[in-house]
Design a protein around this ligand. Structure first.
Ligand code: FEO
Length: 172
């Protein structure tokens, strides 16, 4: 059984993951209308992943005697000054999500809820990967600069991007 404190904290994370899915969906649309098919597909896939993150939390809350709250979401940014700005926002957002997961882990320990603590380890590992991917992409974008040819190649190759992290040792 979840304590009220844990239930509220998990519900707040459900909202964050749902908002993440919307944020990346908006990025996918912006990239799509700019003709950047690879980046757009990458963002659509990111958006789907965030929905999975949300659903995993929803199931966990309901299975443990809580009630997952499906709430109104903040509207995401729908336009960006540049590809670089868009990926900077993605990176900043993932850092924010990591901080939120860390806070949840902290609360689970305070509440001595070891089942939730155990459940959250998957998210801890996932955030290491998500931040690593975002950082790798930003490095590449900075390298490309204003080179149109470089952007063309990046858009072509982004879907095959592999980042291996020490946490999981699995290529993405
Ligand atoms: Fe579910 Fe990208 O954090």
């Amino acid at each position: 059984m979840l304590s009220k404190i844990i239930e509220a904290a998990l519900n707040s994370q459900i909202r964050i993951e749902a908002e993440s899915s919307q944020i990346y969906l908006a990025m996918a649309c912006w990239a799509e209308i700019k003709g950047l098919e690879g980046i757009s597909n990458f963002m659509y896939a990111q958006s789907d992943e965030e929905r999975e993150h949300m659903l995993k939390l929803v199931k966990f809350v309901n299975e443990r005697g809580g009630h997952a709250q499906i709430s109104e979401l903040a509207a995401p940014n729908v336009t960006f000054k540049s590809i670089k700005e868009m990926f900077e926002k993605l990176f900043e957002h993932e850092v924010y999500v990591s901080q939120s997961i860390n806070e949840l882990v902290h609360i689970s320990l305070q509440e001595k809820d070891y089942a939730t603590h155990n459940f959250l380890q998957w998210y801890v590992a996932e955030q290491i990967e998500e931040e690593a991917v975002a950082r790798t992409i930003l490095d590449k974008i900075n390298m490309i600069g204003d080179d149109k040819g470089g952007l063309y190649l990046f858009d072509r190759d982004i879907e095959n991007l592999t980042v291996t992290t020490a946490a999981t040792n699995t290529p993405l």
